[in-house]
Structure formats: structure tokens, C-alpha cells
Design a protein around this ligand. Structure first.
Ligand SMILES: [Zn+2]
Length: 366
């Protein structure tokens, strides 16, 4: 450990721009390496959090995706939220350059605080250097099977389950019908371990990587990344189908409906309700009138899943798909969300604590 620390201290660190430094001496690199690095540097200095038309990225990915840099929205509000950028290495294979980058700062006690270590790909074609997502390159090593609306990407070791793939397509058709939207095609990346999908995207490390291997997923545009539930991870597919059609929706409304219909983290809504009911009986001080200020009960159950899901269930029981669709379209702000609960369930914000505890207890004992 001492040796590693010593090396880190003596390694030449070169600073370019405002917050980009290097963990190696760039003076010894050939001109083409410098070209590849400067394309990345220029991109990182171009306010990448805005994802505006960008000269440093290949045009195809920009035409097909609003967020063309698939790493940008890995974090809230953005990977590019101001962490100092440290370039760790550059490796060349044929005309591909893979650049490994660390986003981190030092805590006051000098310990490193690392947000992520990610890989960018620069490809040189006819003397022009452009950035590509690592996912686009890495997925060539995986298999791909198209079933209905879905391109399934999975490692060669995985035995593709056609039945589950067909079932997912049935879910897509019925969900789109219920919410009155047109189904779109989906890129679906699956593996037993979510972190293998993160690797495929070019992410070596991300803050929050800890924990057991419970099912985990993420949706971004028409892409879903699903660890642990094979070909049938409907929660993320719900987001990829519905969210862009209901842009006037509150985060809790979307998460709640997704959990009501599909469960979350591999567990059904009723499972989360049983967990939460036990928890709230032990924590009578938690004020559910202020639900939107609450985050996680534990590493599987979050408030927006279990309480959001319960509220969605109650609205569905009252007015079916029509009322649930209206609820999903009832505004983005916290005031809008509380107002919608009052409109559709007749419960004022100041009565939520009593109402939600009663309903949780009823649902947990059905
Ligand atoms: Zn979700």
C-alpha cells in the first residue's frame, strides 16, 4: 500500500484546461495519442452535461439518441457535475483508443472521494478522431436476439429464454394499450450481475457499487440495463415505454406505477408493503405527511417504490387505467403530486400519515 501511495505522489501530473489532470507523462506519447486525448479533453471542456450537438462525437450516435454520451446520466444531476477529472491511462488497439478516466476529489483528511472510473473510446478514421460509447464497441462481444419490439443483448454464456422474451413483448403490448401510447423498440441488456453490464457500458467503478447481487436495473431513453431477472425485467421496460410519453409526471407517480405493475428490485409491491408495514410500526415518529422528503427504508425498499406503489394501487382500484393515466399526467412538482392525491383519492397532505399507515396495515394483512 505504501508503494502505491508513493507512486501516486511522484507520478508526473499534467494539468490541461481547468480541472483535467494526468496520471502519466504525456510527453512520451506519439502524435496520434495526443490527438485522441485532445478530442476527449475538448469534449470534457464543452459543457457535456448539456448534451448539445457536439463536434467531438460521431454523428450517428447523436442522430439516434438525445443523450448521446451514455455515461452522462449515470449520476444525478450528471456525471459532469464538477468532479475534478483525472486521466489514468490510454491504450491503443488498431485504430481504437480506450481512455480510462477517474472523477474524484480529495476529502479534507486527504482520502480520495471517487465518483466513478469510466472508459471512453476514440476511433480514428481517415485522420479524423471521434468519440464513441464503450457500449457500442463492447456489445459486439455479446450475443443479440431480436424478439418483437426488443433487441436482447446478453453474454455468450447466457442461455437465451425465448418464453420470457415473448412474455416481455406481451407486457409491452398490454402496457402501451393501457396507457394509450405506441410501443417503441427497446435495447435490452441483461446479465446475472448488474456490474457486468456497467463494465459493458465502460464503467469500471461507480459510487454505490457495494452490496449484494440483488436484481438491479436502469432505463435511459430506449435502453434498459437489467441485472438479475433475465429477459423479464418489466419495471425498467415500463420506464422505457411510458416515461417519454408522459413528460408532465412526478418522479413518484412514475416510480409508484412501475412498482405497482412490476414490483421493484425483484420484489412485488405486496412484499415491499409487508416490509414497510413492519418498519413503520416500529418507527411511529416517521411523518408520512412529508413522504416526498423520505428516501430509503433499506437497500431494497425505497419510499417512492412502496408508498408511491400503494398510492398508484389505490388510484387504480378507484378508476382503473383511465384514472391511473390521468394521475401520471398530473404535474411534475411536489405540490402537483400532493394535489393529485387529494384530487384522485380525496386525501389531504396533512392526513396522509394516518391514511397511509392504515392502508399499509390493511394491504399487509390481506
Ligand atoms: Zn423505476
Amino acid at each position: 500500500m505504501k508503494l502505491v501511495l508513493f507512486l501516486l505522489i511522484v507520478v508526473n501530473t499534467f494539468t490541461y484546461g481547468q480541472s483535467i489532470s494526468y496520471n502519466f507523462d504525456t510527453n512520451n506519447l506519439n502524435t496520434d495519442y495526443h490527438e485522441a486525448l485532445s478530442v476527449l479533453e475538448d469534449y470534457l471542456n464543452s459543457n457535456p452535461q448539456n448534451q448539445e450537438k457536439n463536434t467531438y462525437w460521431n454523428t450517428a450516435v447523436q442522430q439516434e439518441n438525445i443523450t448521446f454520451d451514455f455515461l452522462e446520466n449515470e449520476f444525478e444531476p450528471s456525471l459532469y457535475m464538477g468532479y475534478p477529472i483525472h486521466i489514468l491511462s490510454i491504450k491503443k488497439k488498431e485504430n481504437h483508443y480506450t481512455i480510462k478516466v477517474q472523477f474524484s476529489y480529495c476529502n479534507p483528511d486527504n482520502s480520495p472521494n471517487i465518483l466513478a472510473i469510466v472508459n471512453y473510446v476514440v476511433i480514428e478514421q481517415n485522420g479524423t478522431f471521434k468519440l464513441y460509447n464503450a457500449l457500442t464497441i463492447n456489445r459486439k462481444k455479446w450475443d443479440c436476439t431480436t424478439v418483437g419490439f426488443v433487441d436482447f443483448y446478453y453474454p455468450k454464456s447466457h442461455k437465451f429464454n425465448h418464453e420470457k422474451a415473448l412474455k416481455l413483448n406481451e407486457f409491452i403490448i398490454s402496457t402501451c394499450k393501457n396507457f394509450n401510447v405506441t410501443p417503441n423498440t427497446i435495447e435490452y441488456y441483461l446479465d446475472e450481475d448488474f456490474d457486468n453490464i456497467q463494465q459493458l457500458k465502460g464503467i469500471d467503478y461507480y459510487l454505490g457499487m457495494n452490496g449484494d447481487n440483488t436484481p438491479k436495473g436502469k432505463a435511459s431513453g430506449n435502453k434498459v440495463y437489467c441485472g438479475g431477472l433475465g429477459e423479464y425485467y418489466t419495471h425498467e421496460v415500463f420506464h422505457a415505454l411510458i416515461d417519454h410519453n408522459y413528460t408532465n409526471s412526478h418522479f413518484w407517480a412514475s416510480e409508484g406505477i412501475a412498482t405497482f405493475l412490476c414490483g421493484s428490485r425483484g420484489q412485488s409491491l405486496s412484499w415491499h408493503i409487508t416490509q414497510a408495514n413492519t418498519y413503520f410500526k416500529l418507527h411511529k415518529d416517521i411523518d408520512l405527511n412529508e413522504i416526498l422528503t423520505l428516501k430509503n427504508i433499506d437497500n431494497i425498499t425505497s419510499y417512492h417504490y412502496v408508498i408511491g406503489g400503494l398510492i398508484a394501487k389505490k388510484i387504480f382500484e378507484k378508476g382503473g387505467w383511465k384514472l391511473l393515466s390521468q394521475f401520471l399526467n398530473s404535474g411534475k412538482t411536489n405540490t402537483d403530486y400532493y394535489k393529485a392525491i387529494n384530487t384522485y383519492l380525496g386525501i389531504k397532505k396533512e392526513n396522509l400519515n394516518i391514511y397511509l399507515r392504515q392502508q399499509l396495515d390493511i394491504e399487509a394483512n390481506i
